[in-house]
Design a protein around this ligand. Structure first.
Ligand SMILES: Cc1cc2nc3c(=O)[nH]c(=O)nc-3n(C[C@H](O)[C@H](O)[C@H](O)COP(=O)(O)OP(=O)(O)OC[C@H]3O[C@@H](n4cnc5c(N)ncnc54)[C@H](O)[C@@H]3O)c2cc1C
Length: 396
């Protein structure tokens, strides 16, 4: 059997994996990144929206090749059609650019390769190697052949369906309330506003929302996320989306170029995403914004935190929790509070009736909002709908 030795093996070449690999390799570690698919970035299971402000921080060079559309902001639409515009700077993690992930994910992997990462496609991790009870790498199938990959640390960057965490005994299980099941079309030939990412709230998408993310003047990613606890039949998300499109004359005239199904976690931060000689990053670690279901920026930021700590651990020849605790601290300092806050907000938002959502969105659009923070939004609600404030007492 083929045997490979490396410092770090990264399982999964999505944004989390490539970013971890890049920063670890930049810091001098030997890194092998394995990807089960034969093409990085494809097929796309994503609405492809990202904000702009974090890109420089993680060292990504902006390339027009992966930008499909630049948008001005977000359009929040209430169940009866009230609309509230939010400019791009205040609109959250998914609004700024709509990217082309086929190019974007490859660009991140190419950066990792430039830093020295070796990449193996069509290579799927199948189990962990343990030696004297200690994690010592992964077994994989590479182009149909078994391969033993010995490593000082395993990185589970294997996405929503992650198995690496489970193999390591890290609890990544999710409640039905903490999962959004998604369905999306790429629709072309539509009439719509290509300058805004649109989010429609309420019973059109129980516990989630319908999105329209512009790809170009007449083409958009039109999708839906529905809270799993509110799904009675696996085909429900598609059914809700088809109903939404049928009611919208501009979208109804479109034709599909692609259809994809997927899921995202919308949970609170996990208690732990690491153990001796193994860490989880990105969707595998349930690092996703629980309100929007967006995780590209979060995966990249956490990947950078991870890669830097792994490089240090390789130099010190210590990839036990002694060193990896620094990763837990780094990603939590940067991301944990927001994930908690947005999870609490999601828990509340998913209980609001269409009538309440209408009142809230109408109030924001009529009176405006000085500051787009939970406190800023609540101040406006308090002034114009004091009767609703009790719904949000725990946030005040
Ligand atoms: C429908 C939908 C729409 C979304 N829209 C947005 C959006 O607009 N904006 C946003 O920010 N986020 C969005 N997300 C979330 C976003 O796609 C993820 O947060 C992001 O891709 C996470 O990156 P990752 O690297 O952790 O995981 P992934 O991108 O899922 O990458 C994981 C990689 O691991 C590989 N892999 C899995 N198992 C193995 C194995 N055993 N061996 C080897 N390789 C393996 C997979 O093939 C994959 O390439 C959306 C998600 C869905 C489902």
């Amino acid at each position: 059997m083929r045997r490979i030795e490396t410092d770090i093996v990264v399982v999964g070449a999505g944004p989390a994996g490539s970013m971890t690999a890049k920063w670890a390799a930049k810091g001098g570690a030997d890194v092998l990144m394995i990807e089960k698919r034969q093409e990085i970035g494809s097929p796309v299971r994503c609405a492809e929206g990202i904000s702009k402000h974090w890109v420089e921080e993680v060292g990504i060079t902006v390339d027009p090749k992966w930008i499909a559309r630049e948008v001005r902001g977000a359009k929040i639409v209430s169940p009866s059609g009230h609309t509230f515009l939010v400019d791009e700077k205040n609109a959250g993690n998914e609004v700024g650019w709509v990217v082309d992930r086929v190019f974007f994910d490859k660009a991140l992997a190419a950066d990792a390769a430039r830093a020295g990462t070796e990449i193996l496609l069509k290579t799927s991790a199948t189990s962990l190697i343990r030696e004297d009870g200690k994690i010592a790498g992964v077994m994989a199938q590479s182009y149909g052949e078994p391969v033993e990959i010995r490593a000082k640390c395993v990185v589970g960057a294997d996405g929503y369906e992650s198995q690496v965490g489970r193999w390591a005994g890290i609890d990544t299980s999710l409640k039905a309330d903490d999962i959004d099941t998604c369905y999306q079309y790429r629709l072309t030939g539509i009439d719509y506003d290509p300058d805004y990412c649109e989010f429609t709230l309420g019973s059109a998408a129980p516990g989630g929302y319908v999105w329209v993310f512009p790809k170009n003047e007449d083409t958009a990613n039109v999708g839906i996320g529905v809270q799993l606890s509110k799904v009675k039949h696996p085909a429900d998300p598609k059914m809700y989306l088809d109903k939404f499109i049928a009611k919208n004359p501009g979208l109804k005239k479109g034709q599909p170029l692609e259809a994809v199904a997927g899921a995202v976690s919308i949970c609170a931060p996990l208690d732990s995403v690491s153990t001796d000689n193994l860490i989880l990053v990105g969707d595998a670690a349930r690092m996703i914004d629980p309100i929007t279901g967006g995780g590209i920026s979060i995966s990249c930021i956490a990947g950078m935190c991870a890669g830097k700590v792994l490089a240090k651990g390789v130099q010190a020849n210590d990839l036990s929790m002694n060193t990896l605790q620094e990763y837990e601290t780094a990603w939590r300092d940067r991301l944990e509070n927001k994930q908690w806050r947005n999870w609490m907000a999601k828990e509340k938002l998913t209980t609001l009736s269409d009538e309440t959502l209408d009142k809230i969105v109408h109030t924001f659009s009529k009176y405006g909002v000085d500051k787009l923070s939970v406190q800023g939004l609540l101040a406006v609600i308090k002034e114009h709908h004091p009767e609703l404030v009790k719904e949000f007492e725990e946030f005040i």
